[in-house]
Structures are given as C-alpha cells and as structure tokens.
Design a protein around this ligand. Structure first.
Ligand SMILES: *[C@@H]1O[C@H](CO)[C@@H](O)[C@H](O)[C@H]1NC(C)=O
Length: 194
C-alpha cells in the first residue's frame, strides 16, 4: 500500500514538473547568462552583415552592413532571478552602452513604422514589469538550423491576443538594414568576449 501511494505521488510530481526549455548557447557552447554582454553576429561572415546598433535619433534597431560587431547586448529573462536565458522564454533585450546616442532608451520594443508599413524593432522600451502594458517589450530566442533567431510572441499576458512573428531584416529608404517582424528570420550566433 505504501509503495503504491509513493509511486502515485512520484507520478504526480513528474507530471507537474514541466522540464525547463534548453538554455541558449553562445559560440563557445556556454549558457547565455542574464546580465552578461553578447554581440550578435551572422552565422557565416560575408562581410556585408554584422552586429546590431540603434540608429541615432530614429531609435530604429539596425544591422551593420559590414563585418563589425555593433553594440553589445544584454538579455534579462521574465523572471529576473533566473541566471540562464532559455529558448522560447520571454526576455528583454537592451544595448549595454548607448552613451553618445541620442535615443529614448536602450531597451528593445516592437513598434509600427509608418514609412516601412510594418512592425519594426526599435529602442525606447522598458524593462521588466511583465503584463499587458509591456507586451511590446518582450522577445523570445528560438533555434534555427544553424543558429538562433528572435521571435516576437510574448507570453507575459495570458488573456491577450498577440501576433507571433520572426524578426528579420529589410533595407529602408535611408539605407539602414532594419530589424522588422517578417516571415524571413535573421539567423545569428551569440559572441561573448570572455
Ligand atoms: C548622435 O547624435 C548626437 C547629437 O547630434 C551626437 O552628438 C552623437 O555623436 C551621435 N552619436 C552617434 C553614435 O553617432
């Protein structure tokens, strides 16, 4: 009798404890850490694509059109106590050092761009405070066949209806290669300097 009760308890526990999604890995195979600094670079270098940066004044997030690392990024999970960034979980993304940039804030968000006629990734977001008011500020990292991609598909509000889209790039009229919500994801890897 005791054995049966213990066995059923074990089954209940096993069923309730959903396994945590796999951690995101950097190019060295190390777990992506909360608060650490990373550069996002294309999987293969073609010297025409590089890291990310905010466009001065406009706050658009753009990709370098040369093989330059861009500005460092920091990731913070929806539960700030977690030290590891995991696949398919809500994270805030921000540029770590934007001194000298004339922009609203260094935190990423999604915003409709009238000139582009599509949703674009911009800075000017806020960090933390998950819920309906901060929906636009949460991104997820998902695997591609050779690296990772960003996805906009926030889970921070259970009753909100959200669109789910990959983050890709488009070249705007100013010649910037902008990050936008599109069907064609940008695939990249995470470089760490340590
Ligand atoms: C952004 O614009 C400001 C104001 O004109 C300027 O001082 C600064 O150097 C610019 N920053 C970059 C990174 O281009």
């Amino acid at each position: 009798m005791k054995t049966i009760i213990l066995l059923s308890l074990a089954l209940v526990f096993a069923a309730n404890a959903a396994p945590a999604p796999a951690p995101v890995l950097d190019v060295h195979g190390k777990y992506l850490r909360t608060g650490a600094i990373y550069y996002i670079m294309p999987v293969f270098s073609d010297y025409e694509h590089g890291g990310l940066f905010p466009v001065n004044y406009t706050s658009a997030v753009a990709q370098r059109r040369d093989y330059h690392q861009g500005l460092p990024l920091i990731f913070s999970p929806v539960n700030p106590k977690k030290g590891v960034i995991r696949l398919s979980t809500d994270v805030n993304v921000k540029f770590s050092d934007t001194t000298g940039w004339d922009i609203e804030s260094n935190v990423w968000k999604v915003k409709y761009d009238k000139a582009l006629k599509q949703y674009a990734v911009m800075v000017g977001g806020v960090e933390g405070n998950p819920g309906p008011e901060t929906l636009d500020n949460w991104f997820k990292i998902e695997k591609t066949n050779n690296g990772y991609k960003f996805v906009f598909c926030p889970s921070v509000c259970s009753y909100c209806k959200v669109m789910c889209k990959d983050v890709g790039t488009v070249i705007d009229k100013g010649g910037w290669r902008r990050l936008v919500l599109s069907g064609d994801p940008m695939s990249f890897v995470f470089w760490s300097t340590y």
